[in-house]
Design a protein around this ligand. Structure first.
Ligand SMILES: NC(=O)c1ccc[n+]([C@@H]2O[C@H](COP(=O)([O-])OP(=O)(O)OC[C@H]3O[C@@H](n4cnc5c(N)ncnc54)[C@H](OP(=O)(O)O)[C@@H]3O)[C@@H](O)[C@H]2O)c1
Length: 328
């Protein structure tokens, strides 16, 4: 049974466990198109109605798979895509009217759509929030019918706080999981006050919180879990939440003792996220239908007890906090 939550001020009822479409695009090792598509179909079967993607995932492959899903199914669903990472270098000037318009036209083509449901700026530089012009351009694109709503994806809590000052921002996507607890401190309170939706990304900390990795785990060279641990390609926080791999493994072992019998660790980690009412949805990435099943099951799990929540917090405080709290 899926749970649905209202996204910001949109009136949309969005599945609390939604779908992150990066891994079916690129940067996560080899994937098979038919298996990726099967994962998307399974998501709809399990009640997912919200898919996060971006123009750069597989240079449009992820968006095109969602267009194919739309062709193959009658079920209504929302697609949130992102723009901004086609820039060779992140600059404020890069978020110009000309660029934003052409990125959006390209996404519309990939998605085979006339309007983008939710367009998110893709982790723009912090300074962009001191330049309201870009948000004015997004308002114009809403008026022109190119996008229905817009939001932002951010790296830092402070960027989220700045972003929600703009009245048109409907959603903020941020890393929020057992290894990244800081967003819940001040930011979620403010976001709730302003009725801004929260999309929790990396809910499984790049798969680490699914509890299946060991010190011997190997990742293929085209998987960011091998090439971006130190941030060689993009913000290092996007890989394992910026937690050193072995530190994360130790924390996962401590967490394992808290997972109720019969529940998966992935389900536990996702249910922990949903305990926070400021969160609209978690957007776990999934490469195959079995992962989708396990992740969607989290929506029907019983709430975590106060004692378990306190134990999770203790693990964060003692093992993880020092590696992340002041970095993002
Ligand atoms: N800057 C941004 O805006 C930004 C950055 C990152 C992500 N995102 C969005 O957020 C979404 C989620 O983040 P993410 O994909 O980076 O991280 P994630 O959801 O924490 O991890 C996803 C990965 O975990 C593994 N997995 C998923 N379910 C599993 C299960 N039940 N059991 C075992 N393993 C499982 C899969 O990889 P393996 O099977 O290969 O282990 C999957 O690709 C992305 O897909 C994307 O839409 C946005």
């Amino acid at each position: 049974m899926m749970e649905y939550r209202t996204l910001g001020r949109t009136d949309w009822q969005v599945s609390a466990i939604s779908f992150g479409s990066w891994a079916i695009g690129d940067a996560w090792g080899p994937t098979k198109e038919e298996e990726s598509l099967a994962a998307l179909h399974q998501a709809l079967d399990r009640g997912v109605n919200f898919f996060d993607t971006a123009d750069i995932y597989g240079d449009g492959r992820s968006e095109r798979l969602l267009a194919r899903l739309r062709r193959e199914r009658k079920d209504p669903f929302y697609v949130a895509t992102k723009a901004g990472r086609r820039l060779p270098k992140q600059t404020v000037e890069g978020y110009s009217r000309k660029n934003l318009t052409s990125w959006i036209e390209r996404s519309l083509k990939n998605l085979e759509a006339e309007t983008i449901d939710l367009l998110q700026l893709h982790c723009p530089p912090t300074d962009l929030y001191y330049h309201p012009e870009a948000f004015g351009v997004l308002d114009d694109l809403v008026k022109a019918g190119k996008i229905r709503f817009y939001g932002v994806s951010v790296e830092r809590v402070e960027e989220g706080l700045k972003a929600i000052e703009f009245p048109g921002v409907q959603s903020v996507q941020i890393i929020y999981n057992i290894f990244r607890q800081r967003p819940a401190e001040l930011f979620f309170t403010e976001a709730r006050r302003r009725k801004v939706g929260i999309l929790a990304r990396l809910p499984l900390s790049s798969g680490l919180l699914a509890g299946k990795m060991t010190r011997e785990s190997k990742f293929s060279p085209d998987d960011h879990r091998s090439f971006n641990r130190e941030g060689a390609a993009f913000d290092r926080g996007e890989t394992f939440s910026g937690v050193p791999f072995e530190v994360g493994l130790d924390a996962v072992e401590a967490l394992r003792a808290l997972v109720p019998a019969g529940e998966s660790m992935a389900g536990f980690a996702l249910r922990w996220i949903l305990m926070n009412e400021a969160v609209t949805c978690a957007i776990p990435g999934a490469k195959r239908p079995t992962q989708v099943d396990e992740n969607c099951a989290a929506a029907a799990l019983p709430p975590l007890s106060d004692e378990t929540m306190a134990d999770v917090r203790e693990i964060y405080e003692t093992k993880i906090r020092q590696h992340v709290q002041y970095n993002w």
